[in-house]
Design a protein around this ligand. Sequence first.
Ligand SMILES: [Zn+2]
Length: 233
Amino acid sequence: MKEIYHDIFIGNEQDYYAIQRENNWAILHCCKHPFHCQFVGYRGTLPPTHSNYALKRIENEMAQYAPQPKQYVSGETFYLLGRGVRLKVEENVRDSISSDGIYLHLCVKDTEDFAKKQKMVSRYLDEQCRTVFGEIIMETYPVFQKYGVQMPTLRIRDMETRWGSCSAIKGGITLNKRLLEAPRNCIEYVVMHEFCHFIHPNHSKHFYSFLTMLMPDWKERKIVLDRSATFWL
Ligand SMILES: [Zn+2]
């Protein structure tokens, strides 16, 4: 499939970044670099002009695609490593939560206890983030150890505009919680990208050739990551 990308800034503040894939448009919340953009939920035909009126229209349209808050009832879909798992709420004297890759089994005493269910699912997803992101960091680290990079500390956060960031001074990598929804090889790409910043802080030519040397297919992974984002919402 041929991918067409256009950079279009809408509005004076350059708040939005639009990418086109064939006839579909995705509007991303903006920043300086596309990698750090996040999809905000619009697909469709872009209005012909980028006036304030058009921007308003995009915002109204986007509101329709805003993710719906979870109800924590059986049948709801959660995304883990690029695959949808369906929530199955069951009554049980003992609280437990686990996933077999198809279902997310949530056993609770009171199946109507929303706060309890929300807390259990959120804690489970946080644990998964820590496990999966931690594993990927361990796998990626040996190459950078050779360059004298210290093992970074991992921080996991809800971030509005970035998939990841790094602090060379503090020796830390911060990853967006929502990355857990993406296929594993996309998470690997984000981790690799952030690790490369320990060697090349900016998005310079050297940064990209270094990244390409270590992960020759990073562009394909990035496309999958961007595309996945459009399906999540
Ligand atoms: Zn970067």
